[in-house]
Design a protein around this ligand. Structure first.
Ligand code: AKG
Length: 302
């Protein structure tokens, strides 16, 4: 079976893409084993970490908001999240009236999620107040990037992205994919030292490095891996794990949220915390000042 991924299309099980992110549920009570797994893979996947019913309650709140915004097809079941053709994107990202509704927040700041991260770090953790809630419609995808370019002003070694599907998200809905090995393979070193030092607000660069997932495998190594997600699963990864999302080839929105956790005692990126996080204050604020990623890449030689 072939699936479109960014500007390319890959055979599952071929050279570029597998559907087999491995879960770490068996390691949950073994902190050194979790650390070793994270060092090796650059991610930890926990199945069924959050109560399924709680995730579906959160989804219900989100699709109710999406329907109110006119983005769902009238006459369809809102839980199916079928797009209204021609509607603009739902305004969800960082919008507290929806991300902080109790049913949504109960997922994003779930006690089991705090619990596993506090166990992993062996100390109290905090989560950024800003929540990156997304409803991605077909045929869209997310290009390949490191998260550090968006949130690298606090701890970078101890900041974790937690990607949480709001419902069952099979690969045709456009699942998150990781380029496994990218956080440690020598082939990515130059990218880490150049692109990985960018800050999208300071440097006014587009955050995506590329929408051609094949080029990394060809030039740097690693392999793209994704999985079919179920409501309750959580994928946790670091700031230098290259990731992207497959194209949504379904007839539904893919609803998910990415949130950030770190030790409470570590430095924090101040754009993402507080009552009203300032968020990206300069990125794209003056489009004419944006620096072209292709030019930068030519300069860096990556
Ligand atoms: O869900 C997506 O499409 C992108 C998510 C992402 O880039 C992230 O979790 O850091």
């Amino acid at each position: 079976m072939k699936v479109p991924f960014g500007a390319r299309e890959f055979e599952i099980g071929g050279q570029y893409l597998d559907v087999k992110l491995r879960d770490s549920n068996a390691l949950m009570d073994d902190v050194p084993a979790m650390h070793a797994r994270f060092a090796e893979d650059g991610y930890l996947l926990f199945r069924n970490l959050i109560d399924r019913a709680a995730v579906l309650e959160g989804r219900q709140a989100i699709v109710t908001e999406m329907a109110a915004q006119g983005t769902l097809k009238p006459g369809t079941d809102p839980m199916e999240a079928i797009p209204q053709p021609g509607a603009s994107y739902a305004n969800l990202m960082g919008r507290k009236p929806i991300t902080h509704q109790p049913a949504v927040r109960n997922v994003l700041e779930n006690k089991n999620l705090f619990g596993i991260l506090e166990k992993y770090f062996q100390q109290p953790v905090l989560t950024y107040d800003y929540k990156w809630l997304r409803a991605v419609r077909p045929p869209d995808n997310t290009g390949a990037h490191f998260d550090v370019v968006y949130m690298g002003r606090g701890t970078t070694t101890n900041l974790r992205t937690c990607w949480i599907p709001f419902g069952d998200v099979p690969i045709e809905h456009g699942t998150l994919a990781l380029c496994v090995g990218s956080h440690r393979l020598p082939g990515f070193q130059k990218m880490r030292e150049t692109y990985g030092k960018m800050d999208v607000d300071r440097d006014r660069v587009k955050g995506w490095f590329s929408n051609d997932p094949a080029e990394f495998v060809d030039k740097c190594g690693g392999k793209w891996q994704t999985t079919n997600f179920s409501a309750g699963d959580v994928l946790i990864f670091g700031m230098y794990t290259l990731h992207a999302a497959l194209n949504n080839t379904s007839d539904r929105y893919r609803i998910s949220c990415d949130v950030r956790y770190q030790p409470a005692a570590d430095p924090v990126d101040d754009r993402w915390i507080g009552e009203n996080p300032k968020a990206h204050y300069a990125w794209y604020s003056e489009p004419e000042k944006m620096v072209d990623m292709a030019e930068l890449r030519a300069k860096w030689g990556v």
